[in-house]
Design a protein around this ligand. Structure first.
Ligand code: 5GP
Length: 194
């Protein structure tokens, strides 16, 4: 997605440790118009795919998922919650996710009320790095007996392993911008052309 690549090139900040900061339009301040275009693009890419719910994870996935939902026939958005102490009453699906940016393991939960075996789910998130977040979310969908119909990612870091793992699982994956390489010394970001 050209508009997104241009924005990353202009406003993204490359940090040491393979972290790309996009706080000025996606992860802290939000450019709603850009997110609207992102939502439209996901709808174009997943046209004809059955979707009863969009699943994401707090916090940064929520805005993207909500904008996309407007173009998926206003399906509900469910966001997985990161929790320090899980409530083990059995009313939630639970999985563990290791955070790439915070280097911590979280319990992540979704209430059984909001995901069932009838659901056809598109998972949407802001970043794909090593794929831990997506593995956790697909795990939750499987626990519910629901179907993952596809995954939409705003920025994939193509030099990390997550994209390959997900593609090898056979799940349709659309990343709107794939970073091929980035350099914190020069601040440059190179994209994979598809
Ligand atoms: P993964 O689980 O694929 O290793 O990492 C994905 C999650 O980590 C995303 O939900 C995102 O919040 C965070 N993340 C991973 N890499 C980056 C990055 O370079 N920049 C930012 N802003 N977030 C990242």
């Amino acid at each position: 997605m050209r508009l997104l690549q241009e924005r990353i090139a202009r406003d993204g900040i490359v940090k040491a440790g393979n972290v790309l900061k996009v706080d000025s339009f996606l992860n802290h301040q939000i450019d709603v118009e850009l997110l609207d275009e992102i939502g439209k693009e996901f709808a174009r890419l997943f046209k004809g795919v059955r979707c009863t719910k969009i699943l994401t994870i707090e916090a940064s996935g929520i805005a993207v998922a909500c904008m996309a939902a407007r173009y998926f026939g206003n399906v509900p958005v469910v966001f997985a919650k990161k929790s320090q102490s899980i409530n083990l009453e059995g009313d939630s699906y639970v999985t563990k996710i290791e955070s790439f940016t915070h280097k911590r393991v979280y319990d992540v939960i979704v209430s059984k009320k909001y995901l069932s075996s009838d659901d056809h789910v598109i998972i949407i998130d802001d970043f794909l790095a090593n794929g831990c977040a997506l593995m956790g979310l697909t795990d939750i969908v499987k626990s519910a007996g629901a179907t993952v119909e596809g995954i939409g990612i705003v920025i994939e870091k193509g030099f990390q392993s997550g994209g390959q793992i997900i593609r090898e699982m056979g799940i349709p994956l659309h990343s709107l911008a794939i970073v091929e390489s980035m350099d914190d010394a020069t601040g440059t970001v190179k994209f994979r052309e598809e």
